[in-house]
Design a protein around this ligand. Structure first.
Ligand code: CP
Length: 363
């Protein structure tokens, strides 16, 4: 049974089909109101969430199914030390599909490797958030009528913003995409996104610190929150937290049909004065998320996808290299093998399958 752990688990055709299905759900809701009768979704959230958890739950209810789960680790047996693998095995006894959010990178992959029901990554640390990416792509497709030939600016916390990493990966599949990365030096995108996606797929990208200088070129402006919870140095967060604030004055320099997206929650990086601007699409994006998650639940429960995760095809080394990323699930999960996949075997470059931390293997 295939899970959705990384947006690249889905092909462009899979994404097109999900968008078509979500569109049909919007247009014909009655057709789908009983499709998941008798099915149960577990929403297991070890980290706070408003949109992702509630839109998954609303999605399952609108499909006629039921939902159970927890919204914080402290109310689950994780607080007594239960591993992610054991928790997933328990959930498999009770439900048909799992949506998991976890602060440790790779936790949903561990869950998926231990069960025979689909697991959806609902956000793993600062790593990935593939269903947010589906909501982003669906919104871009609805607003712009295309997913090719777009200049997309990402602004804010590109280091810890997992939605940014997943959306850049998704856009690598489309043609005519220009990426503008707008961030302070300290919050540049991680090296695995730069080397394994932007450079590997020859994507057209530039980096800048100035929103004002680049906003006029953009078809899409993807604003992000500075992720306070991921900083180890609070003073650094305080120094960077107001790096970018989108105001009506800055919007005057933007194209008349530019689309402003934000995965939300926002703190202060988009002035509320912009909410009524027709170019502000972030609340529509949150609504679209429910419909695309309905489509995803339907497809996963149908068993529509084969399990072809990339590491299955890569050269793997087991327990020879150790992952040293403190945010990786390997640091907390009991007896978990450290598994690295060869991404550039000739040059000895391997990446942890859970968090994508790079290691060089010396033969
Ligand atoms: N976009 C998003 O993931 O929001 P929540 O953290 O509220 O789920």
């Amino acid at each position: 049974m295939r899970s959705l752990i990384d947006i690249l688990d889905l092909s462009v055709q899979d994404i097109d089909e999900l968008i078509a299905l979500a569109t049909d759900i919007i247009e014909n809701p009655g057709k789908y109101s009983d499709k998941c009768r008798g099915k149960k979704l577990a929403t297991v959230f070890y980290e706070p969430s408003t949109r992702t958890r509630m839109s998954f739950e609303a999605a399952m209810y609108e499909l006629g199914g039921n939902v159970l789960g927890f919204s914080e680790a402290s109310s689950s047996s994780a607080s007594k030390g239960e591993s992610v693998a054991d928790t997933a095995r328990m959930l498999e006894c009770y439900v048909d599909i799992i949506a998991m959010r976890h602060p440790k990178e790779g936790a949903p992959l561990v869950a998926s490797n231990n069960v025979n029901i689909p697991v959806i990554n609902a956000g793993d640390g600062g790593h990935n958030h593939p269903t947010q990416t589906l909501a982003d792509l669906f919104t871009i497709s609805r607003e712009k009528g295309r997913l090719n030939n777009l200049t997309v600016g990402f602004c804010g916390d590109l280091k810890y913003g997992r939605t940014v990493h997943s959306l850049i990966a998704a856009l690598s599949r489309y043609t005519g995409i220009k990426i503008v990365l707008i961030s302070p030096q300290e919050l540049r995108i991680p090296s695995y996104v730069e080397y394994d996606i932007l450079k590997k797929y020859n994507m057209d990208y530039v980096e800048t610190e100035s929103l004002e200088d680049s906003i006029g070129d953009l078809d899409i402006l993807y604003m992000t929150r500075i992720q306070r919870e991921r900083f180890s140095d609070f003073d650094e967060y305080e120094r960077l937290k107001d790096s970018y604030i989108l105001t009506p004055e800055k919007m005057e320099k933007a194209k008349s049909d530019m689309c402003v997206l934000h995965p939300l929650p926002r703190v202060n990086e988009i002035s509320t004065k912009i909410d009524k601007d027709p170019r502000a699409c972030y609340f529509k994006q949150a609504l679209n998320a429910k419909y695309i998650r309905m489509a995803l639940i339907l497809k996963l429960l149908e068993g529509a996808y084969e399990n072809n995760r990339t590491e299955k095809c890569a050269e793997l080394v087991v327990n020879e290299l150790k992952c040293t990323n403190p945010r990786c699930i390997t640091t907390t999960e009991q007896e978990l093998d450290h598994i690295f996949k060869g991404t550039d075997v000739e040059n000895g470059i391997y990446r942890c399958i859970y968090c994508e931390k790079k290691k060089t293997r010396i033969k």
